[in-house]
Design a protein around this ligand. Structure first.
Ligand code: FAD
Length: 519
C-alpha cells in the first residue's frame, strides 16, 4: 500500500537519527512533515522569548533541510486533537509517525491522538529516539521498579548493552517516489511564523549566542569532538561555573529540542574515546548523557515528578512563602554578586553552567531563602533555552535535597564558591557592570567595602546595588536544622523510597503498540 503520511515533528527537530521519519517514508506516496503550534504549551508552561527564538530558528533550519529533499515543513496552529482530524481528511492521510515523548502532557495527548487516528483509519507508528534507551525497558529491566540512584541506572543500562546506533538522515534516494504536495500559497498557509506574528514582545531578546537548529547542533558537535584531549579528560566537577566562555559543551538546548540526537552525541563520543584513556561516568561526557537518562527514567517512574505534594520520593518540606525574596532572586537583586550574576546571565543568554545552577538553586531553597524548589523550577522553565520537563524537575529536587541527594548539611556559600574558579570576579564584572570598579577584595562581598571604596567604585551598596537580603552565615545554619526536622518527619515507608517503588501499570504508548502488534 502506498501511504499518505504525516510525520509529526514535536521534539526531534532533526533529520538525522529520526527513525519515525524514516518509517514515514517507507511505502509512501505523499509525505507531509508537520509541526503544530499547540496552544497548550504557552497556556500551561512558561516559554521565555529566547527559547521562542530558538524554536523558530530550529523550524526554519528543518524547513530548509526538507527543501533539499524537495519537501517542506507545514506549520499549523491549533490543538492536535482539533487540527489532526481535519488534516487526516483533507490530505487523505493513512499513516501518522512521530517520536515517542515521555512527558505527562505528551503521553495523554498522544493517547487521544491515537484514538482519533483509529477512528479515521490512520495507522500510527511511534518510534523511540529522544533518549538513549527505551525508558520503559529500563524500568522493566529493573524488575518494574524505578532505579532511584545513578549507580543503579548505570548497572541496568550496562546489562542492556550499548544504546542503539543512530541512523542517517533521509537522502534523495529515500525520497524516490515520495513527494510533498505543495500549493502556491504554502508560505501563507503553512509558513513559519515570526516572533512578531506570534504576538511576542521581542524587546527583551538577549544576545544571539546559541542559534537554534540541527545544522548548528551538528556544527557545534563537530567542533567539540575535534577537541580530542578535552573530550577524553572531561570531568564535570572540574569545569568552571563562571568562565567567560562556557566550560562545557552547551549542547543542551540542541538535545532538548532534539536538534541533536542523544544517541548521535553518545556514539560520536565513543568514536573519540576509542583506543584512548578517557574519563568515565558519572563525570565524563558519556556520564552526562547518563544523567539525562537517569532523570528521564525517574520522571517516568515517579508520579507527580514536578511537584512536592503527591510525589512519594520527595521529602515534604515546609517551605516559606516569601514573594519579596523570590522576586529578588529571580530579578538578580539578592545583594550577593555571584548569585545575581548567574541570574543575570540566565535571563540574558538562556544558558548557565551546571554548577552555577547548583549555586542559585541551593541559595533559593535549602541554603538561604527557604523557598520551594517548585518556584525555582518555574523560573528556570521560563528562562532556560534547554528547559526540559524531566531534567528541570529532577535536578531541582536533587539540589534542594528533596529527592536523590540527601546531604542537606552541605550548603554552597554564595561567596566562597565562585571565588574558587574566578578569584578576580571577572564573571561578575562582565554581567554586573555596576560592580565593575570594585577592587577584587570586595567583589564577592561589596557590602563589606568601606564607604570610601564604594565611592571610588561609583557604587554605593544599598543605593546603586542592593544589600544582601539575608545573612548567609546565620540563615544557612538555621535552614540545616529545618531540613533535619523535615527529614525526621519522614515515615519509615518514605525512607525506603530510595530503593524504588514498583511502578503502577500504566501502559505506555510503546507497550500499547507492542500489544497491538501481537494481536
Ligand atoms: P554538558 O556538561 O556538556 O553535558 C552534555 C549533555 O548531558 C547536556 O547537553 C545535557 O543534555 C546532559 N546533561 C548534563 N548534565 C546533566 C544533568 N545534571 N542532568 C541531566 N542531563 C544532563 N538540563 C537541561 O537540559 N534542561 C533543564 O531544564 C535543566 N534544568 C536544571 C536545573 C537545575 C536546578 C540544575 C542544577 C541542572 C539542570 N540541568 C538541566 C542539568 C544541567 O545543568 C544541564 O544539562 C547542563 O548544564 C547543560 O550544559 P551543557 O550542554 O554544556 O552540558
Amino acid at each position: 500500500m502506498s501511504h499518505n503520511t504525516i510525520h509529526w515533528f514535536r521534539k526531534g527537530l532533526r533529520l538525522h537519527d529520526n527513525p519515525a521519519l524514516i518509517a514515514a517514508l517507507k511505502d509512501c506516496r505523499h509525505i507531509y512533515p508537520l509541526f503544530l503550534l499547540d496552544p497548550w504549551f504557552p497556556k500551561n508552561t512558561r516559554i521565555g522569548i529566547n527559547r521562542w527564538r530558538f524554536l523558530i530558528e530550529a523550524l526554519k533550519d528543518l524547513d530548509s533541510s526538507l527543501k533539499k529533499l524537495n519537501s517542506r515543513l507545514f506549520v499549523v496552529r491549533g490543538s492536535p486533537t482539533e487540527v489532526l482530524p481535519k488534516l487526516f481528511k483533507q490530505w487523505k492521510i493513512t499513516r501518522l509517525t512521530f517520536e515517542v515523548d515521555t512527558e505527562p502532557y505528551s503521553q495523554s495527548r498522544d493517547k487521544e491522538v491515537m484514538k482519533l487516528a483509529k477512528e479515521y483509519g490512520v495507522e500510527v507508528t511511534p518510534k523511540i529516539s529522544h533518549t538513549l534507551y527505551n525508558i520503559d525497558r529500563i524500568i522493566d529491566e529493573n524488575n518494574g521498579k524505578t532505579p532511584m540512584t545513578y549507580i543503579r541506572l548505570q548497572s541496568v543500562v550496562k546489562a542492556m548493552g550499548h544504546p542503539k546506533k543512530p541512523i542517517p538522515a533521509p537522502t534523495n534516494e529515500d525520497m524516490r517516489g515520495v513527494s510533498t504536495p505543495l500549493s502556491d500559497d504554502h508560505e501563507e498557509k503553512f509558513g513559519i511564523p515570526t516572533l512578531e506574528d506570534l504576538g511576542l514582545d521581542t524587546s527583551s531578546l538577549g544576545p544571539h549566542l546559541f542559534p537554534g537548529g540541527e545544522q548548528e547542533a551538528l556544527r557545534r558537535l563537530d567542533e567539540h569532538m575535534e577537541r580530542t584531549n578535552w573530550v577524553c579528560k572531561f570531568e564535570k566537577p572540574k569545569t568552571s561555573p563562571n568562565s567567560l566562555i562556557p566550560s562545557t559543551t552547551v549542547l543542551s538546548p540542541y538535545v532538548r529540542f532534539g536538534c541533536l540526537s542523544a544517541r548521535t552525541f553518545w556514539w560520536r563520543l565513543a568514536d573519540v574515546y576509542r583506543g584512548k584513556t578517557h574519563s568515565d561516568p558519572p563525570v565524563s561526557l558519556h556520564g552526562q548523557l547518563l544523567w539525562r537518562e537517569f532523570f528521564y527514567t525517574t520522571a517516568v517512574g515517579i508520579p507527580n515528578f514536578n511537584k512536592m505534594e503527591g510525589n512519594s520520593a520527595c521529602v515534604q518540606v515546609d517551605w516559606d512563602n516569601n514573594p519579596e525574596h523570590l522576586a529578588a532572586w529571580r530579578e538578580a537583586r539578592t545583594g550577593f554578586p555571584f548569585i545575581d550574576t548567574i541570574m543575570t546571565q540566565l535571563r540574558q543568554e538562556g544558558w548557565i553552567h551546571h554548577l552555577a545552577r547548583h549555586a542559585v538553586a541551593c541559595f533559593l531553597t535549602r541554603g538561604d531563602l527557604w523557598i520551594s524548589w517548585e518556584e525555582g523550577q518555574k523560573v528556570f522553565e521560563e528562562l532556560l533555552l534547554d528547559s526540559d520537563w524531566s531534567l528541570n524537575a529532577g535536578n531541582w529536587q536533587w539540589l534542594s535535597a528533596s529527592t536523590f541527594f540527601h546531604q542537606y548539611f552541605r550548603v554552597y556559600s554564595p561567596i566562597a564558591f565562585g571565588k574558587k574558579t574566578d578569584k578576580h570576579g571577572d564573571y561578575i564584572k562582565k554581567y554586573l557592570p555596576v560592580l565593575k570598579k570594585f577592587p577584587t577584595e570586595y567583589i564577592y562581598e561589596p557590602w563589606k567595602a568601606p564607604r570610601s571604596v564604594q565611592e571610588r567604585a561609583g557604587c554605593i551598596v544599598g543605593k546603586d546595588y542592593p544589600r544582601p537580603i539575608v545573612d548567609h552565615e546565620v540563615v544557612h545554619k538555621k535552614n540545616i536544622l529545618r531540613m533535619k526536622a523535615a527529614y525526621a518527619k519522614r515515615s519509615p515507608e518514605d525512607k525506603t523510597i530510595n530503593k524504588g517503588e514498583k511502578r503502577k501499570a500504566s501502559p505506555s504508548i510503546k507497550e500499547m503498540f507492542q500489544k497491538k502488534a501481537k494481536r
